[in-house]
Design a binder for this molecule. Structure first.
Ligand SMILES: Nc1ncnc2c1ncn2[C@@H]1O[C@H](COP(=O)(O)OP(=O)(O)OP(=O)(O)O)[C@@H](O)[C@H]1O
Ligand SMILES: [Mg+2]
Length: 170
């Protein structure tokens, strides 16, 4: 990874496109604070990313990271648990996320019984439910067949619209 420099302004939706192995995930890992650049810096509002509050950044990883021993509802609740959101508020937000993701009826299902696209929507909702200011998504449509049944509320653009508070036409 060399000579990468760009700025993203509030409300922008930016896609990084390039061949396999060119460093797309590495860039996201650096923005998410998981990998430190050997040279240069990643700043959020002028603050080095390592010092920025974790609530700023939500990250949907390229690889499937849903926890196999947790149900759909408990996977989505994970980030809220870490942030200390409990009780009726947590239940309400998880329910809302499940509805948005078109996963009603699968609340108590375990990931092994879901399709790849459904698992991906669980991972997406687990990130969106904590309302991050910056949303990183690594190949969020890779296992999403362009099926007419895909909930429009769960597309990357719709996710961005929710995160940025903007409306979007599909
Ligand atoms: N943890 C690591 N340690 C060493 N090298 C790594 C590591 N992760 C990735 N790389 C290397 O960094 C380069 C960029 O990898 P990266 O995963 O960022 O590519 P990518 O653009 O996301 O590819 P893809 O489209 O296949 O997901 C590759 O050459 C890869 O082998
Ligand atoms: Mg990648």
């Amino acid at each position: 990874m060399d000579h990468a420099s760009f700025e993203v302004l509030e409300g922008e939706f930016v896609a990084i496109v390039g061949p396999s192995g060119c460093g797309k995930s590495t860039i996201l890992n650096m923005i998410g604070g998981l990998v430190a650049p050997s040279a240069g810096a990643v700043l959020i509002d002028g603050t080095p990313v390592r010092d920025a509050a974790p609530r700023h950044v939500g990250y949907v990883f390229q690889k499937d990271t849903v926890l196999p021993w947790r149900t759909v509802a408990r996977n989505i609740a994970l980030g809220l648990e870490y942030r200390g959101v409990a009780g009726p508020e947590r239940a309400r937000r998880v329910r809302e996320a499940i509805t948005l993701a078109g996963l009603v009826g699968f609340e108590d299902a375990f990931p092994a019984t879901l399709s790849g696209g459904m698992r991906q929507r669980v991972a997406l909702m687990r990130t969106l439910v904590v309302d991050p200011e910056i949303l990183l998504m690594d190949e969020p449509t890779r296992s999403r067949a362009p099926a007419p049944s895909t909930p429009t509320s769960c597309t990357p653009r719709a996710s961005w619209a929710r995160a940025s508070g903007r409306s979007c036409a599909r």
